[in-house]
Design a protein around this ligand. Structure first.
Ligand SMILES: Cc1cc2nc3c(=O)[nH]c(=O)nc-3n(C[C@H](O)[C@H](O)[C@H](O)COP(=O)(O)OP(=O)(O)OC[C@H]3O[C@@H](n4cnc5c(N)ncnc54)[C@H](O)[C@@H]3O)c2cc1C
Length: 380
């Protein structure tokens, strides 16, 4: 190998600097591999910075659950190694209907009482508002899921990219669009690179690089509407908050016997939430700002126009729990997009001897990222 060739060759090459790609880079560098990350943008601006920052471990089902538990260990190891903040406050699930309590009781039976701590309405209110006289009034009970983690989505992936590049373990090449990858060779707008192994972590743009695979796995795009609200005086809960519609989405809750009755109850009382396919939830940034979402629309090509009517039920749901003194003050609105598939939550497969595709096809990529990376590296 000439020196020019060796400077373009690494043990691992990762396409995409979202959280899935960066988790691969982190785990590979930890194992002493030389790593190059190739990203078309200047910095991560994809799904990994547009989400709630919720590492939602306990509600995952089937194969996703052990993967999520392993991923949780990965997040904590990354936090210890880099100093990037990962909060261990769990998830607060707020129940406002008997059907929601029934789902949580079933979840406790499958996960155990240490992993699903049922709360009374008063205990939920204490967590939400501290000594404040309003907030949490609508809660009839709930649960704390202590294993769940939270990060600041705006800063976690960019900070990880910076740390990896700064300590010299990872060559981060930004502004380089990958146009083709296979057999250890990657063509980019800034030249050709080779690696013993290539991991393709391009999220919802899988169809741009591997259209046949995307079609075979029925990968489409899912577009979500999100909001950032100003901090609310007296709202003290640091944990992400899930509600009834969340219970219809995450596998370990949506598979409960009680979930069918819950869907009917929401359909009868708040059909507007089902109309926008909501996961009405929110999380809190370090400055107290509240990330509120979300709605879902699936298509190969998503409509870029954001419908004002979609925000109302999401804001109402959050305000019903938070009970701010006045209306929530909205600071920002944005659209997030992630990969989705009706067949699978994860496309994780070797497409040739030196190329693996790792794309999460559900809204749980923050949750699974480090677990997927560990699994890829264990298979090399
Ligand atoms: C609104 C919203 C809320 C969500 N909430 C949560 C949550 O709370 N918890 C959770 O677990 N998950 C959540 N998700 C899902 C999660 O954000 C995604 O599954 C995850 O971020 C996917 O990470 P990624 O690295 O695969 O994709 P991305 O972050 O989209 O990164 C892919 C990267 O690949 C780059 N790329 C693409 N094509 C090329 C190319 N040809 N050449 C070079 N670079 C390329 C892109 O520029 C991008 O930087 C949410 C998603 C959204 C949109």
């Amino acid at each position: 190998m000439t020196s020019a060739e060796s400077s373009t060759h690494t043990d691992l090459l990762v396409v995409g600097a979202g959280i899935v790609g960066l988790a691969h880079a982190f785990e590979a560098a930890r194992r002493g591999l030389s790593v190059r990350v190739v990203e078309r943008d200047e910095r991560p601006v994809g799904a990994s910075v547009r989400n709630f920052g919720h590492v939602c471990t306990t509600p995952q089902a089937d194969d996703d659950y052990p993967l999520a538990l392993d991923s949780r260990e990965g997040w904590l190891a990354m936090a210890a190694a880099t100093g990037i903040a990962v909060a261990q406050e769990g998830t607060l699930v707020v129940a406002r209907r008997p059907e929601e309590l029934a789902v949580l009781e079933e979840l406790r039976c499958t996960r155990g009482r240490d992993r699903v701590r049922l709360l009374t309405g008063d205990q939920v209110r204490e967590r939400i508002r501290g000594p404040r006289p309003a907030g949490g009034e609508s809660a009839t009970g709930g649960a704390l899921l202590p294993d769940d983690l939270a990060v600041d989505p705006r800063t976690a992936a960019p900070a990880l990219a910076e740390r990896l590049a700064a300590d010299g373990r990872v060559d981060l090449l930004t502004g380089a669009a990958v146009t083709g990858a296979g057999d250890g060779r990657v063509e980019t707008s800034r030249g050709t690179f080779t690696a013993d192994h290539v991991v393709v972590c391009v999220g919802h743009d899988l169809d741009r690089l591997f259209p046949a695979l995307a079609q075979q796995r029925k990968v489409r795009r899912c577009a979500l509407q999100m909001l950032l609200a100003d901090p609310v005086d007296g709202y003290v809960n640091p944990a992400p908050v899930l509600t009834g519609t969340s219970m219809l989405r995450y596998g370990a809750m949506s598979a409960t016997d009680a979930a069918g009755a819950l869907r009917r109850a929401i359909g009868a009382e708040q059909p507007e939430l089902l109309d926008i396919d909501a996961n009405a939830m929110f999380s809190r940034r370090a400055d107290g700002g509240l990330i509120i979402g979300d709605s879902h629309i699936r298509a190969v090509t998503v409509d870029p126009f954001l419908d004002e009517d979609v925000y109302r039920p999401l804001l109402d749901s959050a305000a019903d729990i938070i009970r701010p003194a006045g209306p929530l003050r909205i600071r920002q609105r944005w659209q997030g997009v992630y990969a989705t598939s009706e067949d699978t939550n994860l496309v994780h497969e070797r497409i040739d001897g030196a190329t693996t595709v790792a794309v999460v096809t559900s809204g749980i990529g923050m949750t699974l990222s480090f677990g997927i990376a560990r699994r890829t590296l264990a298979g090399l």
